[in-house]
Design a protein around this ligand. Structure first.
Ligand SMILES: [Zn+2]
Length: 138
């Protein structure tokens, strides 16, 4: 198998994660063939199979389309549980998973609720309710 069959990634995973910690942008990809926008690290389009996706800056705002309440978290989040693990449909395209430390109960977030990205030193993509200030979260 030839190594040169795949294009080089536009950035490293470290750069990707660093942008989550330092305020963005949220990075994603756009397919030049079919226009699909995805937040998932990928070399080929999950819709049409085109190889060679273009890096695309994702919106920092969107709506919650799914969530669950995590009560048994990973080590980095031991002091944060319970909190919501959310899937957010970003404005302009792309879905991304993240977490909302301000949500403590299943009633604490609604499907369709507006949220925005808020940088955190913790792993993953932190979201807060649109309109909430950072002092109400971490
Ligand atoms: Zn495509």
């Amino acid at each position: 198998m030839a190594d040169d069959a795949l294009p080089a990634a536009p950035h490293t995973v470290d750069e990707w994660v660093k942008s989550y910690e330092e305020g963005g942008p949220l990075r994603g990809f756009r397919c030049p063939d079919c226009g699909l926008i995805t937040a998932t690290w990928s070399l080929a389009c999950p819709s049409c199979g085109h190889i060679g996706l273009e890096e695309h800056a994702l919106a920092a705002t969107g709506r919650v389309v799914a969530f669950t309440l995590l009560t048994v978290p990973g080590d980095e989040f031991l002091n944060d549980a319970p909190y919501a693990y959310v899937v957010v449909a970003l404005d302009g395209g792309g879905r991304i998973t993240g977490w909302m430390p301000s949500v403590r109960t299943e009633e604490g977030v609604r499907i369709g609720e507006r949220v925005r990205f808020h940088p955190s030193y913790k792993p993953g993509v932190q979201f807060v309710r649109e309109g909430d200030g950072p002092e109400e979260n971490r």
